[in-house]
Design a protein around this ligand. Structure first.
Ligand code: ZN
Length: 205
């Protein structure tokens, strides 16, 4: 994803994420098969009759980000301190188990030539979380997007999430949170800036 450079305009239009193709009827048939294979008699049990359709549309929803306007703007005010959006709630789907993982994202950047609307930081997290994911990659993708689109002096992304595949099966470590981070530029190389970000991201708890 590269920014399309516009000469001296008020904002640069960026490409939208591709809308994934969903075949709901096919998904529905597959869920029905899954349930039958697991010994659940979908056809005999009246209360399960609509379950395949519900599951298919629930997954379609979890795998579809809302489109958003990812325009960036020139940093005319020359703002050069940390911009941080903390406690952004997100939901994603673990690509290994097709179970959700949910948590909070803390996203920061140290502006250079360009800035982005504050609410857009949450939408960037959504864009990459509403697809089959692993938390490590999701963290990197959010950081990479900011590096590519804003060319900032630094980027910091911390994600903390509970994975249902760890809570309700396997080790059953309910309440355990997995924390991942991606630090770029000054937030990686400069100890003072990195510390400022990490303490801001974790204050209030
Ligand atoms: Zn998993």
């Amino acid at each position: 994803m590269g920014a399309i450079a516009g000469p001296g305009d008020g904002g640069t239009e960026l490409p939208r994420p591709p809308a994934p193709g969903h075949d709901l009827e096919r998904a529905q048939r597959a869920v029905r098969e899954l349930l039958l294979a697991l010994g659940q008699d979908v056809d005999a049990d009246e209360s399960l009759r609509d379950t395949p359709a519900r599951v298919a549309s629930a997954y379609a929803e979890m795998l579809t980000p809302r489109p958003f306007d990812a325009r960036t703007f020139p940093n005319d005010e020359g703002y050069d301190e940390l911009v941080l959006s903390r406690d952004i709630p997100f939901e994603s789907v673990c690509e290994h188990h097709l179970l959700p993982f949910v948590g909070l994202a803390h996203v920061a950047y140290l502006p250079g030539e360009r800035i982005v609307g504050l609410s857009k930081l949450a939408r960037v997290v959504e864009m990459f979380s509403r697809r089959l994911q692993v938390q490590e990659r999701l963290t990197q993708q959010v950081a990479n997007w900011l590096v590519t689109e804003l060319d900032p002096r630094g980027v910091g992304v911390v994600l903390e999430a509970e994975h249902m595949c760890m809570s309700v099966r396997g080790v059953r470590a309910r309440g355990a949170r997995t924390v991942t981070s991606a630090l770029r530029g000054k937030l990686r190389n400069d100890a003072r800036t990195r510390q400022e970000f990490l303490s801001l991201a974790h204050s209030g708890r």
